[in-house]
Ligand binder design. Structure first.
Ligand code: GDP
Length: 185
């Protein structure tokens, strides 16, 4: 079995992306950030996993967020050997502001931390720069994301999940799977 995981802060459009990629409607919690259970999609020997969103959603307790983060970290550590790629979905419009806010408080931004963690456990990182329709200086934004997350520029892929414009990330995942001689999406 081979697996692709999807992670990201809440409200970045991860569920929308996942639905378009795999043609499934994903189950959503009653409110954002209230369920820990991942959504799974399986096709032949490919497992795609939509991990719970994390980050600080209004009205969701800090304790809950910590549990979600623990769950994600344990899930990835346990399954790292079969995980071919980790797709970190970000809001390309909000990214810079969020990163600078965390920087100014002396914290490592969660998306940056996630990219480091995936690399540490040997999982290839793909960044999905979603909500790209909201961005004006596109190339500059993609360069910034690439440098802050230490991910090659060609592994930072703009998408507009809301409009189903996801071919870039689909093709990249196809490449990753083809290199492993696995299923075609
Ligand atoms: P999740 O919490 O990351 O799973 O996010 P959702 O998939 O539920 O999307 C959160 C919100 O972002 C919804 O209102 C979506 O319609 C919106 N959204 C998703 N993708 C895009 C996009 O590419 N552009 C814009 N402008 N909005 C998007």
């Amino acid at each position: 079995n081979i697996e692709i995981i999807f992670t990201g802060r809440s409200n970045v459009g991860k569920s929308t992306l996942f639905s378009h990629l795999f043609g499934v409607r994903v189950r959503k919690g009653k409110r954002p950030g209230t369920t820990i259970a991942p959504n799974f999609y399986s096709y032949r020997d490919l497992l795609a996993t939509d991990l719970p969103g994390f980050g600080y959603v209004k009205g969701v307790s800090r304790g809950f967020n910590e549990r979600v983060k623990d769950f994600i970290v344990h899930y990835i550590e346990e399954n790292a050997s079969r995980i071919a790629a980790g797709v970190i979905v970000i809001d390309s419009k909000a990214f810079r502001e969020v990163v600078e806010r965390w920087d100014s408080r002396g914290y490592i931004p969660v998306d940056v931390e996630m990219a480091d963690f995936l690399r540490d456990v040997g999982v290839e990182v793909i960044v999905c720069a979603n909500k790209f329709d909201k961005v004006e200086n596109g190339e500059e934004v993609l360069e910034y994301i690439s440098s802050r997350m230490s991910v090659d520029r060609e592994r930072v892929i703009p998408t507009v999940a809301k409009k189903g414009d996801i071919s870039g990330v689909k093709n990249t995942l196809k490449d990753v799977l083809a290199r492993r001689g696995r299923v075609d999406l």
